[in-house]
Design a binder for this molecule. Structure first.
Ligand SMILES: Cc1cc2nc3c(=O)[nH]c(=O)nc-3n(C[C@H](O)[C@H](O)[C@H](O)COP(=O)(O)OP(=O)(O)OC[C@H]3O[C@@H](n4cnc5c(N)ncnc54)[C@H](O)[C@@H]3O)c2cc1C
Length: 672
């Protein structure tokens, strides 16, 4: 595929930052990378000094393939590309420089042609290639991943999912090769999580056969729109559609916002969102529309159509169904955000665990000091998040496979919402813990964890605020639970386990193997069952007093979120053990055994960290104490394998940090 190099030439001139074009901004000392690579070439694993590489008890390559799923060579080819100085990290650059550098990097990545046929045909292979690319890029720098995710995933994804076949065929090739650069304009200053409430209007004008788009008030200005301030020429605009005076709800339109020379089109005003806490390589903007005329065939009409003479039709009967379908591109976005989020956790753990293995502090008088990783208190901070990261990656792989197969239904919505919330929370917590675990070194930008943390933070908010997502999960699955209740206990689907509610209550956890699926499922199901039953009772109590069901849900929102988390954590355990079963059946015993330990630690820490298990009676005090003891026990068991485990994430030295290797040599006077 020919990428539109003319587009990038123009963009590089527009994002004018001379220091970036001439690459004169200072580089960090990169000798540590050459050292690590020289060790690799000599056949020595580049571990931190004094760290004896344990003989892995599982096949690291197989583990990596299990985690990455596909496109291994492609990922490695990107890691190789990132040895080009354009991709070297630079810190303390101005906003303009960071944005310019992102464009410069995008050009080189786009030039590889990797995005060809990722939107046009939307095959499983195309989606896998797209996801693998974004994940690889995210390991280099998060802004770059998000900048591309907005253009290809959100803008391109909206056109390809919401446009009909003719519209897709016309526009997606141009989006893939960057001839049409776009952004995704859903959020407004006054409405973010509440998308239904957005106020931008698109009124169909029969005489001119155009939609007239207006921003009716300041709260309706489009806000936070990635790429809008400088690079985008087009936007996937979400607006309330009016036909013959009737509002048909939120619909997507393809709208030109800039001419190819970068000037804004008449009626569109664009402003900058300014400096952010992170992700400053992305030019987020604000937009106002004043009588902007959008051609009739730019309503993305896969699900809803307006005839030229002004008749509205839709494939969906209810406005709610229509609204749900118009947000489909967000599910794909949540898959990418979850995957990108775990990349940050994996990198941070790779860096911190290596440092914890080589760094020593305190020790018996007159003897060598003790390695940090040999302190149980230190293990308890890094090994549980490591275990959870493995569990979440394997669970996420189920979601990715579902998305790649094009299963866009209710289950994708629940999984993508729930997993995105829990994965991004987990990653942020891991980034904070790893930052602290590296002490002062964790606060140095060149050691990556700090900048990664500030950039990743917003993953908790965009593509759906995590709290709001958990509420949405409960709202979606609660009706299924209630069907079982109303049928007198004939629970089906996910809740079928409740047919034997008594057996679940009576199960003796202390007599079970804490690494088994039965153990994890018992404890997670008990919590879910208790919280959903509690929610049903509380809602009924409230609606009996005459309040609406919406108000009752809002009144119970804390419990609603607890129930959502319980549901998602149970789903995760189910999917994780499904993978373990497959591995076991496929003869991958060593990999499965290691993962089973990770799963056991993940379950133990989940219970140990959340008092809700005790509060709702899912575990007794004695069982809670057992879980707490299990955390320490499994940390100790996993301790000899932590290096092999982070090795299986597959990141080469140049994507890690100096403290992951010989930090003393790196900081020596001779390298000043
Ligand atoms: C860096 C960045 C990039 C972005 N990029 C884009 C983009 O390209 N395109 C785009 O369209 N949007 C984008 N967004 C917008 C993003 O999707 C929204 O910020 C997000 O949906 C949250 O909306 P909000 O900021 O209005 O927060 P609000 O919805 O106002 O939420 C504020 C707080 O209220 C809480 N809250 C809200 N409702 C409830 C409730 N019912 N019960 C309890 N608590 C509640 C939330 O949990 C949150 O903590 C971006 C945002 C950022 C920060």
């Amino acid at each position: 595929m020919n990428i539109s190099d003319a587009t990038f030439q123009r963009l590089e001139a527009e994002f004018n930052a001379p220091s970036v074009r001439s690459s004169t901004s200072p580089l960090l000392n990169r000798q540590w990378i050459s050292d690590a690579e020289a060790q690799q070439r000599a056949g020595v694993n580049p571990f931190p000094p004094g760290v004896v590489a344990p003989r892995p008890v599982f096949d690291i390559k197989k583990m990596r393939e299990l985690l990455d799923m596909n496109n291994f060579a492609l990922r490695d080819s990107f890691y190789e590309l990132f040895k080009n100085p354009v991709f070297f990290p630079r810190y303390n650059e101005s906003l303009a420089e960071q944005r310019a550098r992102t464009i410069q990097r995008w050009r080189l990545i786009a030039k590889t042609g990797v995005f060809h046929n990722t939107l046009q045909t939307f095959t499983a292979e195309g989606r896998q290639r797209y996801e693998a690319t974004l994940e690889s890029v995210g390991a280099m720098e998060h802004s770059m991943e998000i900048k591309m995710g907005v253009h290809y995933g959100l803008f391109g994804g909206t056109v390809s999912l919401m446009g009909d076949d003719e519209q897709c065929a016309k526009w997606t090739p141009k989006i893939e090769n960057c001839q049409m650069l776009g952004c995704f304009a859903m959020t407004e200053l006054g409405h973010g999580s509440n998308v239904k409430g957005i106020q931008t209007k698109a009124v169909y004008d029969i005489p001119s056969q155009t939609f007239i788009v207006n921003t009716p008030c300041e709260e309706a200005q489009k806000y936070w729109i990635g790429g809008a301030f400088q690079s985008a020429r087009w936007t996937a605009l979400f607006a309330q559609l009016y036909v013959k005076g009737v509002c048909h709800g939120v619909h997507p339109f393809l709208v030109r916002i800039r001419n190819e020379d970068g000037t804004t089109v008449p009626g569109v005003t664009i402003g900058d969102c300014g400096a952010k806490n992170g992700l400053n390589g992305v030019d987020n903007g604000r937009m106002w529309f004043s009588n902007v005329r959008v051609p009739h065939d730019h309503l993305l009409r896969r699900h809803s159509q307006v005839s030229r003479d002004g008749t509205f039709t839709s494939n969906f009967k209810s406005a709610d169904e229509r609204f749900g379908a118009s947000l489909a591109s967000l599910s794909g976005g949540r898959v990418s955000v979850s995957a990108g989020s775990l990349v940050q956790a994996k990198l941070a753990l790779s860096i911190a665990i290596r440092y914890g293995l080589s760094r020593k502090a305190f020790g018996p008088p007159g003897q060598e000091e003790t390695r940090l990783m040999d302190y149980p208190a230190y293990q308890a901070r890094l090994i549980p998040p490591l275990a959870t990261t493995f569990v979440m990656q394997l669970v996420l792989n189920h979601l990715k496979a579902k998305w790649q197969r094009g299963e866009l239904g209710r289950e994708l919505h629940v999984w993508s919402s729930g997993f995105k919330a829990l994965i991004s929370w987990h990653s942020l917590q891991t980034l904070q813990e790893t930052r602290e675990a590296c002490g002062g070194q964790g606060y140095k930008s060149e050691n990556r964890i700090g900048p990664m943390k500030t950039s990743h933070d917003v993953a908790l908010t965009y593509e759906g605020d995590n709290h709001v997502l958990l509420q949405a999960v409960t709202k979606t699955v609660f009706s299924e639970f209630m069907k079982g209740v109303r049928s007198g206990g004939n629970f089906k689907g996910h809740f079928a386990y409740l047919k034997d509610a008594e057996g679940l209550r009576q199960a003796d956890l202390s007599g079970m193997d804490a690494r088994s699926a039965a153990f994890a499922l018992t404890v997670m199901r008990r919590r879910e069952a208790a919280l959903f039953a509690r929610l049903a009772a509380d809602l009924q109590k409230r609606t009996a007093t005459g309040v609406s069901s919406l108000q009752a849900f809002n009144d119970c929102a804390v419990l609603v979120e607890d129930a959502g988390r319980a549901h998602v954590e149970l789903l995760m355990v189910e999917l994780f053990h499904h993978t373990l079963g497959d591995l076991q059946r496929g003869g991958e015993t060593e990999v499965a055994d290691m993962l089973r330990l990770c799963g056991a630690l993940h379950t133990a820490r989940t219970v140990d960290e959340q008092v809700v298990f005790l509060r709702c009676g899912a575990v007794s005090v004695g069982e809670a104490q057992m879980m707490h003891a299990n955390v320490g026990r499994f940390c100790e068991t996993l301790r000899p394998h932590v290096l092999s485990l982070v090795e299986s994430f597959g990141y080469p030295p140049h994507l890690l940090a100096p403290i992951a290797f010989d930090y003393v040599a790196h900081n020596s006077k001779s390298r000043l």
